[in-house]
Design a binder for this molecule. Structure first.
Ligand SMILES: [Mn+2]
Length: 253
């Protein structure tokens, strides 16, 4: 596995993902910003697709973005380390986003050491190994020259391309048989094995799953944001507790 970031996961570490925040609708990201302002955790790991799409630093000017960046920065200032993985929608997140949000961006996943053994956190799209067309697109889209070009286009052009890619992805996903576009257990097993992980956590599918892999590792897929099982919290004993994110930062009446 290429350049996997390695960190320590302290008890209380929270994992969420697939928020798909639409920053062009200022009301849409507001609940997440409010959640950040109430959260108390040593570390927050966002496993990708934090945003519906990300086209580069120009998107930081959008009203919805300013609120999210402020809320994340306040959370970081209160002592929470924030990690954001690239998802298939927001792989253009870069140092400009890092500076604005106080989060660290990881392009190839994160390996967290803790009492329960290492946990590997991936977005999950890298496990869709039977979707050859998508994996080819992904290699081209994430190459440095493409990313440079994409982030330097005029903002209006960027928004058009992002909208086009989204509708194309909806069409091509609908056209494919489900097993071809889904995450493969064999790829999950290989990823856990090569990272030496005892737990692999993914999102991307937006549907909770918890199953054993042949290597002996546990494969956990969390719900998309605001699902009933959309968060994992690391316990003192090193186990991952399945929670609803809203229960972690309740609104105090
Ligand atoms: Mn995804």
């Amino acid at each position: 596995m290429k350049s996997l970031a390695r960190v320590q996961f302290a008890p209380g570490t929270v994992i969420i993902g697939d928020l798909h925040l639409d920053l062009f609708d200022p009301d849409h990201p507001a609940p997440f910003a409010a959640w950040c302002r109430r959260l108390d955790a040593p570390r927050l790991v966002i496993l990708g697709d934090l945003f519906e799409f990300w086209v580069g630093r120009k998107q930081l000017r959008v009203a919805g973005a300013r609120d999210v960046m402020a809320a994340m920065s306040e959370l970081a200032a209160r002592g929470t380390t924030i990690d954001v993985l690239w998802g298939n929608r927001d792989f253009l997140l870069d140092r400009h986003f890092e500076r604005a949000s106080s989060a660290r961006v990881h392009r190839n996943g994160l390996l967290g050491e803790h009492a329960g053994g290492p946990t590997l956190v991936l977005h999950g799209d890298e496990l869709c190994t039977l979707d050859v067309g998508y994996q080819r697109f992904k290699r081209i889209a994430r190459a440095a020259p493409t990313r440079w070009l994409a982030t330097h286009l005029p903002f209006e052009r960027q928004k058009k391309i992002a909208a086009g890619l989204r509708s194309q992805s909806v069409r091509s996903v609908a056209a494919k048989a489900v097993p071809t576009k889904s995450m493969q257990a064999s790829a999950a097993d290989q990823a856990a094995r090569s990272a030496g992980a005892s737990v692999l956590v993914c999102g991307h599918a937006h549907v909770f799953r918890d199953e054993p892999l042949p290597s002996g590792a546990r494969w956990k897929v969390i719900d998309g944001w605001e699902g009933e099982r959309d968060a994992l919290v690391l316990e003192e004993d090193g186990g991952w507790n399945v929670r609803a994110s809203r229960s972690l930062a309740p609104v105090l009446e």
